[in-house]
Write a protein that binds this ligand. Structure first.
Ligand SMILES: [Zn+2]
Length: 305
């Protein structure tokens, strides 16, 4: 049996969540407002979550979009903001934190300033980084913030980004999963921000938890999350097997591999696909399963080890 036939279908859910600018109640403790930044990488836009009632925590204020922040503040009215949490430093998640801090005085906590998973001269997705993120406090594994009503606890989940965090809401067995696990799509794991080994370890970490629902950075919730996370891991293992067999078949460039294994790819996602293949090849080269002339890069020549 080959790796493809072993892999479960991933049950993606692309049902559209609420319109941008509307604050929607999802549970007793969770509300969501979607930013107006829909696109091929962001689906219907970044999900900004409001946790709690009265003193609230805001998770991922989103892009540098004053209209989104003022719409959020307007619907919150008299509710005070206890903290602004950020999952990771991509420009669709963290820049809005500074606008919200300026307007509300609340502190920015959560992920560390931007850092690549490795020092390498890629720079392809540089535009995606938010290098200006300067948190008032950094959360590490197990750190919590609490109000009388709820606690949010940090779960380190590197992979999509080196500084990526998820936040657990124990009162509802919920996890704010950021861009690590989303219902609408697999996440981008692209060097230098991302690393495949970290991503796979972070999937395994979530698989062993008992969360009942995930609230992701884009799109609707992940239900039955442990099963979903297992399917995501199998999908990546199948993708890795497909790359190995393309190398064995004589493909020596990432372009050739992408053309073979991503049929019908949206051209807007081509660079992301190439970087995803690179993320796999980095791991395969490091483990000696594939040879590269020089370091694993987008332009390198690859061959069977
Ligand atoms: Zn995102």
């Amino acid at each position: 049996m080959n790796a493809q036939s072993q892999s479960e279908e991933i049950a993606f859910d692309r049902s559209l969540p609420a319109r941008p600018g509307e604050l929607v109640r999802l549970s007793p403790l969770v509300r969501r407002m979607i930013a107006g930044n829909a696109g091929p990488m962001t689906f219907t836009g970044t999900c900004t979550y409001v946790v709690g009632n009265g003193p609230v925590a805001i998770i991922d204020p989103g892009p540098d979009d004053p209209a989104h922040i003022s719409a959020l503040l307007e619907v919150l009215g008299d509710e005070t903001i206890a903290a602004i949490l950020v999952t990771h430093t991509h420009r669709d998640h963290s820049p809005g934190a500074r606008l919200l801090k300026q307007a509300s005085g609340a502190k920015i906590i959560g992920c560390a300033p931007h850092r690549p998973s490795q020092e390498a001269g890629f720079g392809r997705l540089d535009a995606a980084h938010d290098r200006d993120h300067a948190p008032d406090a950094i959360m590490s594994e197990g750190d919590s913030i609490e109000t009388a009503e709820f606690a949010l606890t940090c779960v380190e989940t590197p992979g999509h980004a080196a500084n990526h965090l998820a936040f657990a809401l124990a009162q509802e067995d919920a996890l704010f999963s950021g861009d690590h696990v989303m219902a609408w799509s697999t996440t981008v794991v692209a060097p230098p921000d991302g690393a495949m080994r970290d991503y796979m370890n972070s999937l395994e970490k979530l698989r062993l938890r008992n969360d009942k629902i995930y609230w992701p950075g884009h799109g609707g919730p992940v239900v039955a999350p442990q099963r979903y996370v297992r399917a995501l891991a199998q999908h990546r293992r199948a993708r890795e097997a497909a790359i190995l067999s393309r190398i064995a078949a004589g493909d020596s460039s990432i372009d050739a591999i992408v053309a073979h294994i991503y049929e019908g790819l949206n051209p807007a996602l081509r660079v992301a696909a190439a970087l995803s293949v690179l993320a796999h090849l980095e791991g395969l080269v490091a483990r000696g399963q594939v040879a590269a002339e020089g370091p694993a890069t987008l332009e390198a020549v690859y061959r069977p080890a």
